[in-house]
Structure formats: C-alpha cells, structure tokens
Design a protein around this ligand. Structure first.
Ligand code: ATP
Length: 367
C-alpha cells in the first residue's frame, strides 16, 4: 500500500530579525498520523505551527497540505481545525452557536448544522450542554467544546497548541485520554504542540523533538526514548542520571569507561565514534538501576557501592537518592519490590546492565 502524505514541510526557515527561530525543518506527515512538536520553551514549536496554520509565512521553504503548496494561502482556505491553550469560545454565544459557527460561515444548511453539531457534541460526550453559555461549563468541558468546534467542519488537519496546559492534573489526564480516543476514532491528521514529554509520548505516532529552532530527532515514542539521537533528546525525555567520566577503551561496539568518582562501567557505543581518553557524559535511567541493600558485595563493572541519602514514596514507586562517590544517583523502585532494610544511611549496591547505559561526548572543560 502506498503511503499517503497529508502535510509536508520542505526546508522551512523562519527568522525574527537576525534570530533564526526555525531552521531547515523537513517533515512528512502521513494521513491519519498524530505528530507532536516537543521541546523546551522558545524552541520554535508555536512558530512552526503558526506557519502551518497560515498565521505566519516562512522566509524559506515550502509548505504542502494534501500535495498543494500553501505558501501565501490564507488560513481560512487551508481547511484546518484549531484548538489553543486558552478556551477561546465566544462568551456571548451558546455552546450550540459556538460549535455551529464554522459551519454557518461555510453556508451549510440549518438542518445539516443541527445534525452535525448534535453528532460532534456526542463525540466529545457533552450532548446535554448545547443551550448553555461557556461560563456555565468547567474548564475541561470548555476545552472539549473547543475540540468539538474544531472537528465539526471535518478539517483535513487538526492543529492543537498546548490544549491541555490550562487544566489541573486530573482533568489534563482525562482530556488527554479523550483526545487520543477521538483522534483514533476520526483518524484526522493531527499536529500537537507541547512541552510535556509524557503527553507527547502518550498521544503521538511520532514525535519531533526541537531545540533552538532545530530538529533534533523525528521518531516514534519508543525510538525517541530508547534510541535518542543526542544527549539533548536523552535528557529531555524522561529522567536520567548523569555521571561525568572518561573513555578507557573502545573495542568495536563495547566501551569501557571510568566515572570521575572512580567507578568502571561498560556501555555500548550505539554507533557513535569515541577516541581514547575522551571526556564523556554517562547516563543511566532511574528505572534501569537495581538496588540491593548489603554491606558487602564485590564491586565490579556496572555494580557500584553507595549510601542512601533520601527515600520518597510516590505511590507506584519509591525514589531513592544514593550517593556514589561524588555523584548522586536517583533510583526508582517499583512498589512491592522494595528491600525491607532500605532507609536513609543504608549501604547499598547499585547494578545495571551495560545495554542500559548511554554515552555522549563531553567537552573537556565541562563537568
Ligand atoms: P513556548 O513553549 O514558550 O510557547 P515555543 O517553542 O512555542 O515556546 P516560539 O513561540 O515558537 O517557541 O518562539 C521561538 C522563538 O522565537 C523564541 O525565542 C521567541 O522569543 C521568538 N519569537 C516568537 N515570536 C516572535 C515575534 N513575533 N517576534 C520576535 N521574536 C519572536
């Protein structure tokens, strides 16, 4: 089956003054895909979305939607549905009128409008609020209506700019589930802008990780987490423990390393090239470390001795801070797997598999 490309960004660049805020952005989005733009504040997510929406024009490059070049085409001719961080409903209109607005502009007949609004309100599970005004709804309900209003016109592309960030934690999770269900049910091609890595992992078929206007990696959530293209991607997605160290030896894919605290570790090179005595940053994720409470055990490669500084029970897991030489490592232990002797001050051994270690080059003057 041939792939059907709905959206294509070809070498898109945007500058504000001399400041390049989006640089050489290339992306193809397949029909029905949900793609997240993920990155820290100021990395260019919203600017890119605004170019796709037609609120901004790129300085260079081409933007195609369903194969048609969209540069210079006004926003209202791009067949888009949009949901923003703020609810942006018209306060003086009822929910029915709010949702119907886009259809009225398109001169759809009254009976068809009534039917389509009814259907979409059912889809967002709010069929009973048509006669209310926005102020009579909760924040979560208002955002569902904003989603209904974006979907009612059957857009070819749904653009979501941090639609969950004004909601409290519980609602955020609920609406996140709802968005995933809707996106899969309708199959609408979606671009979702967020700085929340968990939301991006949860909702997306693929994630575009951005930093300072540059694409760092495009990949599935699994790839981004397990095969990060750079140190930035590894540390931006999920928590990871960093230990500065030096390369002792590299033999093909196998690296032998020493941390500045004096421990010897093994790690895979993951296709990267390292040279002798090179300063490196060594990472291992908290959930990949096994902790054993014991006074004596043999220290060996990827097994180090430390002292528990702090334990924090977080429901599904306990997080421990363990001092290992000069480094403090965070270890995550699933509830039910904790060792009875685990308290602050305990001597422990930490172990991990060499395949769970990530190594990135470090400049010599960087700690
Ligand atoms: P956030 O998560 O904080 O919204 P973002 O990744 O969406 O961040 P953008 O809003 O795309 O980032 O901004 C990217 C960069 O462009 C920032 O450095 C910002 O200050 C700058 N910028 C955005 N809009 C303008 C503008 N109209 N004029 C000048 N600079 C701008």
């Amino acid at each position: 089956m041939s792939r059907s490309i709905d959206v294509e960004l070809v070498n898109i660049q945007k500058k504000f003054g001399d400041n390049v805020v989006v640089d050489s952005f290339n992306l193809q989005i397949e029909k029905g895909e949900c793609i997240s733009f993920l990155g820290p504040s100021g990395c260019g997510k919203t600017t890119t979305l605004n170019m796709i929406a037609g609120f901004l024009e790129p300085d260079q490059g081409d933007l195609l939607i369903k194969g048609k070049r969209m540069n210079g085409v006004p926003s209202n001719k791009r067949e888009l549905g949009m949901v923003f961080q703020t609810y942006s409903l018209f306060p003086h209109m009822t929910i029915f009128e709010n949702v119907a607005y886009g259809l009225k502009l398109r001169k759809v007949g009254k009976a068809e409008i009534a039917e389509r609004v009814r259907k979409v309100l059912e889809l967002v599970k709010l069929p009973h609020v048509a006669d209310r005004y926005p102020k009579q709804l909760s924040g979560g309900q208002r955002q569902r209506i904003a989603i209904a209003r974006a979907l009612v016109t059957e857009p070819s592309l749904l653009l979501l700019d941090e639609p969950l960030s004004n909601l409290d934690a519980k609602l955020r999770e609920e609406l996140r589930d709802e968005l995933k269900r809707l996106q899969q049910e309708i199959g609408v091609t979606t671009i979702f802008v967020t700085h929340d890595q968990e939301e991006a992992l949860y909702l997306s078929n693929r994630i575009v990780v951005l930093d300072h206007g540059k694409v760092e990696q495009i990949g599935t959530p699994w790839d981004i987490y397990n095969r990060p293209a750079s140190e930035f991607v590894h540390t931006f997605i999920g928590k990871s423990n960093r230990m500065p160290g030096t390369l002792l030896k590299s033999e093909g894919e196998q690296l032998l390393l020493r941390t500045e605290a004096g421990f010897t570790l093994q790690a895979p090179a993951r296709g990267r090239t390292f040279t002798g005595n090179q300063p490196v940053s060594i990472y291992v994720r908290p959930e990949k470390i096994r902790l054993v409470v014991a006074d004596t055990a043999a220290e060996s490669a990827n097994q180090v001795k430390g002292t528990v500084k702090l334990t924090s029970f977080l429901g599904a897991y306990t997080e421990c801070e363990v001092e290992v030489g000069g480094d403090v490592l965070t270890v995550r232990i699933e509830t039910g797997n904790e060792d009875a002797g685990l308290t602050a001050g305990s001597t422990v051994f930490l172990q991990w598999k060499s395949e769970d270690v990530f190594v990135f080059a470090r400049k010599g003057n960087e700690r």
